[in-house]
Design a protein around this ligand. Structure first.
Ligand code: NDP
Length: 333
């Protein structure tokens, strides 16, 4: 049995991750830490979590816990991860891993030195749709991938219109929130690495304090594929999608850039269109299942710490490109 401590009385924990941990036969949430004792207590009560700690230090000191899931705001991930790792806990951390590459790399290095499993909660590579697209691409069915298009413009719901839109110090802005997911999903589906990016941002009514709420750009991959992406907080009516266009065929993923186990994938070759069969599975449950297995088998989780460093490197390059108007090389892990 893997006993989890949850660091952060967050929305993602409430809506997806605490239920996902509890859904596994081999794990349960034993404790939560919140900086607000009363909110933490209510959160624990609502989600049936036995213990509520009012500091991360107290939670980490709980020797019964094997692993922690970190979903505090982004500027705190590094400190929370390093504290947990120093106590020998396995760490599944939310994206972006940190606000700087040095911080993210330090987290990965500390986990490796301590011999604990470290994962990044990139949920989309756990989607059955993206996994099928990756399989089809690897099988050679669409030939050489020439281009990809990611449609990930959404509407940030009112209850989440807080630090994401007005706190640069907390890692707000659409690039650190959504572009990191595009980068990870593209890397995963294409089995390739981003080498350079170019991008433009916009602030169209939701972003404050200089934060962007929309971004469009292009990534160039090592093997030559180019990928365009559009991410936003301000698009209530847009479909999401993920397309890969190869020399022998095109894959159209519709409604696939989402937290829900939904969406379709169509393979188009010439005039023929074929819907690919998908067996949907809860993305977050798969993430936790893989993480529990990684602890047991001393293996890699679905998305590793290094995957989190790489997606952050792409996002930071996108931000730099938008700020400077130049194409930017992406740093390595
Ligand atoms: P929330 O704003 O819901 O929670 C973040 C922190 O804010 C919590 O840890 C909590 O601090 C504090 N907080 C929560 N509710 C309140 C409140 N009512 N009043 C005051 N403070 C509050 O953020 P999200 O759950 O949306 O995101 C958390 C992390 O998860 C981020 O890193 C984000 O990028 C990531 N995320 C990942 C997703 C994925 O699919 N992989 C999806 C959504 C988010 P405390 O714990 O101290 O109480």
């Amino acid at each position: 049995m893997v006993l989890w401590g949850v660091i952060g009385a967050s929305t993602i924990g409430r809506d997806w991750m605490v239920p996902a941990i509890s859904a596994q036969p081999d794990s349960r949430v034993a404790a939560v830490a919140s900086s607000d004792p009363e909110r933490g207590r209510r959160y624990a009560e609502e989600l049936n979590i036995p213990k509520a700690y009012s500091s991360v230090g107290d939670l980490i000191a709980d020797a019964t816990l094997d692993a922690v899931y970190i979903s505090t705001t982004n500027e705190s991930h590094e400190q929370h991860a390093l504290t947990a790792i120093s106590a020998g806990k396995h760490v599944l951390c939310e994206k972006p891993l940190a606000l700087s590459l040095d911080s993210a790399r330090a987290m990965v290095a500390a986990a490796a030195a301590a011999g604990v499993v470290m994962g990044t909660n990139h949920h989309l590579r756990n989607a059955a749709t993206h996994r099928r697209m990756r399989d089809v691409i690897q099988s050679g069915t669409i030939g050489r991938p020439l281009a990809a298009r990611v449609f990930h413009a959404v509407y940030l719901p009112p209850h989440l219109q807080s630090w994401r839109i007005d706190r640069p110090d907390a890692g707000g802005g659409v690039i650190l929130d959504i572009t990191v997911h595009d980068a990870d999903t593209l890397r995963f589906a294409l089995s390739d690495e981003v080498v350079e990016v170019t991008a433009m941002t916009a602030s169209q009514g939701m972003g404050r304090a200089g934060l962007e709420d929309g971004v469009m750009g292009v990534m160039r991959f090592e093997k030559g594929t180019i990928a365009q992406f559009h991410d936003a907080f301000t698009a209530p009516h847009a479909y999401t999608g993920f397309e890969v266009h190869g020399t022998e065929g095109s894959l159209y993923g519709r409604d696939v850039m989402t937290q829900r186990p939904t969406g379709t994938v169509t393979l188009r070759r010439g005039d023929s269109e074929e819907e690919i069969a998908i067996e949907h599975e809860n993305l977050y449950e798969r993430s936790v299942r893989c993480f529990n297995e990684a602890i047991r088998d001393k293996a890699e989780p679905a998305a590793s710490g290094v995957d989190g460093v790489r997606s952050l490197a792409v996002a930071l390059a996108v931000r730099e490109s938008a700020g400077t108007g130049r194409t930017v090389r992406v740093a390595g892990a």
